[in-house]
Design a binder for this molecule. Structure first.
Ligand SMILES: NC(=O)c1ccc[n+]([C@@H]2O[C@H](COP(=O)([O-])OP(=O)(O)OC[C@H]3O[C@@H](n4cnc5c(N)ncnc54)[C@H](OP(=O)(O)O)[C@@H]3O)[C@@H](O)[C@H]2O)c1
Length: 347
């Protein structure tokens, strides 16, 4: 292991007790396990995929068994209830205690008024069967009005008003820490400048095709932990599509994988870990669940990290261009916006 890697690992990561997964220190005194299981089940031709026959509950139970202690969900994923069931059962079995687990959930865009935030979190907590979450994230800086069951119009609610609502959630003891997701640098700067409570984390898309170097460096320099979603990028088929970019058998990744006796998905997860980013990989496959967490016994060389950095083409897979006329849209705009997959009947 290169010296610089070793120093970074020693400074920022300490070993967690019950699972062997390291933890990262948070600026509120808490500790975040260095990998989170993603629980958004993706899309198919009918829209967002739903868990069938308690599949997700069983995945989360197995995940706890193999060492995952951090679960990433959101009000919009519709997975909070099964995660809650799994946690309850594993605690009842005596496999874990509540304090061993770290649960992250997110506020959906239709509840951005300050007065709506605590109630939205209480609904999530009811589903999770918990008194409080470890981390509550504002899913997007974008507020939406839900005027019909399946229709949205833009709300001009300032995300700083929403942030006050997240701060209320901390005062009420409903969330130990709060943070933001899909914020750009300027938006994060505003939260840092104008907020009364400091965000503990920023969750953004990070994979070889979008390394997010600047935003990661900025957030980390401000004392936030960065969580990286969709970590496998173009390695895997997602939403039934293959995106351009390195595949699972890419020669650069295979070379590093062979050198460390690992798989290429493990190398990519480690590329995030070696940058002190908490990867949020999703799998519902028991074998891949074990594979994805088996990444804490090696580290990439600086040159291997730099080789993977070269894939960066600033390509986002989560690019909700259907919101791009919103005043708080965080990303670059495109010429032909796509339809919203959460709104049925849109073409
Ligand atoms: N904050 C946000 O706005 C936001 C946006 C997107 C995602 N997220 C979070 O990030 C999580 C992960 O993102 P994601 O689901 O988009 O992407 P991902 O974790 O990069 O990729 C998931 C895909 O990779 C496959 N896979 C998992 N492990 C594998 C392995 N070892 N080898 C080969 N294939 C593997 C999975 O299939 P199998 O299940 O069949 O293994 C699934 O199709 C979400 O679940 C969610 O919690 C947050």
């Amino acid at each position: 292991m290169a010296l610089s890697n070793r120093v970074v690992l020693l400074c920022l990561i300490s070993m967690a007790s019950s699972s062997g997964v390291p933890t990262l220190k948070l600026n509120n005194g808490g500790k975040m396990p260095a990998i989170a299981l993603g629980t958004f089940l993706g899309f198919d031709q009918n829209g967002p995929v739903k868990s069938q026959n308690k599949q997700l509950r069983d995945v989360v139970m197995e995940a706890i068994e193999v060492g995952y202690r951090h679960f990433d969900t959101a009000a919009i994923y519709d997975t909070e209830e099964e995660i809650g069931e799994a946690i309850k059962l594993k605690i009842k079995e005596g496999a874990v205690k509540r304090e061993d687990l770290f649960v992250t959930t997110k506020l959906w865009n239709t509840h951005h008024k300050r007065s709506q935030v605590a109630d939205a979190l209480k609904t999530s907590l009811d589903k999770l069967g918990l008194d409080c979450v470890d981390l509550y994230l504002m899913h997007w800086p974008i507020g939406l009005n839900k005027i019909l069951q399946e229709d949205y119009t833009h709300s001009s609610t300032d995300f700083m008003e929403t942030w006050r609502g997240l701060e209320d959630a901390v005062s009420l003891g409903l969330a130990k820490g709060i943070g933001v997701s899909n914020f750009n640098r300027e938006q994060l700067q505003r939260v840092l400048d104008e907020g009364a409570v400091k965000p503990v984390a920023l969750q953004i898309e990070v994979h070889p095709q979008i390394s997010q170097k600047e935003l990661v460096t900025f957030a980390q320099s401000q004392g936030l932990v960065v969580m990286g979603y969709s970590p496998f990028g173009s390695l895997v088929r997602r939403f039934g599509m293959m995106f351009p970019g390195p595949r699972i058998d890419d020669p650069t990744l295979v070379k590093a994988a062979e050198r460390h006796g690992k798989t290429t998905p493990q190398v990519v997860l480690r590329w995030l870990v070696d940058r002190n980013i908490v990867p949020v990989p999703k799998t519902t496959n028991f074998k891949r669940l074990r594979e994805n967490i088996d990444i804490f016994d090696f580290a990439l060389e600086k040159s291997e990290i730099e080789d993977i950095d070269k894939f960066d083409s600033k390509t986002r897979f989560t690019l909700p261009s259907f919101w791009q006329s919103h005043p708080y849209y965080p990303f670059e705009k495109v010429e032909n916006p796509i339809a919203d997959p959460f709104v049925k009947g849109q073409k």
